[in-house]
Design a protein around this ligand. Structure first.
Ligand code: GLA
Length: 366
């Protein structure tokens, strides 16, 4: 592995443009976006940075600092997946979708460096896609707004990474910041920035359980939701206003999946209508129970970490976050107490035989 830390180290001279985009943590509204429902993510401090210029040769080159590898591919094609740089495929997919959008994408030299944790549910891939599109926008002087960037990035994820995801992650990376949550209606893309409840702050912890993956289970959940919506005679589960309406579903699995989605949408709407930190925390706790019992996307270690967080006096509420099957948890803490909560909870979690770590804020040492 090389030790390149800058674009110039790899490509010999400086880039033309730089861009960055953050990861996100979802506070409420899990598995609602592909049901055309409501979500409430917030950006995290960690971000992906991209440096870019037109290539002098006919091929694009993508170097990812994390992997120390440069992958080459012809413009208008997907990058090979087997060359030790998984970022390259996301980049080539994003460039292909940008071309479909009408941008004239030349051969490019691209350097990527990221501190967004990978594979824990904090949208490292959305951050990469959005950062690439921002850099491309600057390089080409293209007129493409932040919403369109999110839509192109989502298509890259669906078409080239094989996850039939919703648009939450890409919208959060493109439009959210770290101070306020993005209340988003994923059907209309109407949105509003909402401050965190007074006296609260966000803690994100990794359960240490690798999400092994997610892709097949995720696509299966999506199919179940589509089947539930069809059985209820609505275009999407977003169109079901009352939780009681799902009781008419005769299939037990579909009923539980639909109950999660309908109740989760209501939780997001309640939070967005304005609740204090205690109320917000209760909504997060209820969300976790619903994801664990009805949607069945949690795993035992994540449940234990969430319980430890929920029992801590400095915590208003906690839940798994992201698609599930392992990865990160999010807690709403009393303002300024996130570090203390993490330092208290980590040894108790270790006593259960698990290895967690704090991701936001990152701790110097535990
Ligand atoms: C992943 C997907 C999102 C969303 C979440 C679950 O992060 O990319 O679109 O569906 O899972 O809420």
């Amino acid at each position: 592995m090389t030790t390149a830390t800058t674009f110039q180290d790899v490509f010999g001279s400086p880039p033309a443009v730089y861009a960055r985009a953050p990861g996100r943590v979802n506070l409420l509204g899990e598995h609602t976006d592909y049901n055309e429902g409501f979500v409430l993510p917030i950006a995290i401090p960690q971000s992906t940075r991209v440096a870019m210029r037109r290539a002098s040769g006919p091929r694009s080159r993508v170097h990812a600092a994390a992997y120390g590898r440069t992958v080459e591919f012809a413009p208008g094609t997907d990058a090979p997946t087997d060359e030790g740089n998984p970022f390259a495929r996301y980049v080539s997919g994003t460039l292909l979708e940008a071309a479909h959008e009408g941008l004239e994408v030349p051969a490019l030299d691209i350097f990527v460096v990221s501190d967004v944790p990978i594979g824990v549910g904090l949208s490292s891939s959305a951050a990469l896609e959005v950062a690439v599109l921002r850099a491309l926008r600057d390089l080409l002087g293209a007129e493409i707004d932040d919403v369109r960037i999110a839509q192109v990035a989502q298509r890259a994820e669906i078409e080239h990474a094989g996850v039939r995801c919703g648009i939450m992650d890409q919208m959060a990376s493109s439009l959210a910041d770290t101070r306020s949550a993005l209340f988003l209606d994923t059907r209309t893309l109407r949105r509003q920035l909402i401050p965190l409840p007074e006296g609260s702050s966000v803690l994100v912890m990794d359960s240490g359980v690798a999400r092994s993956l997610a892709t097949s289970g995720y696509n299966q959940r999506r199919a179940e939701c589509e089947a539930a919506a069809a059985a209820l005679g609505v275009p999407a589960l977003r169109d079901v206003d009352y939780v009681s309406a799902v009781e008419q579903l005769t299939d037990d699995t579909l009923r539980r999946r639909a109950r999660h989605v309908v109740s989760e949408n209501q939780r997001v709407l309640s939070a967005a209508a304005g609740v204090d930190a205690i109320g917000f925390g209760q909504l997060m706790n209820a969300s976790h129970a619903s994801l664990r019992d009805d949607y069945e996307v949690s795993v035992p270690a994540v449940d234990r970490l969430v319980e430890l967080l929920q029992q801590h006096p400095g915590v208003f509420g906690a839940r798994m976050t992201g698609a599930g099957w392992g990865g990160a948890c999010v807690a709403l803490c009393r303002y300024g107490e996130q570090e203390k909560v993490a330092r208290d909870v980590l040894p108790a979690y270790a006593d259960l035989g698990e290895t967690g770590r704090a991701l936001v804020p990152e701790l110097d040492q535990v």
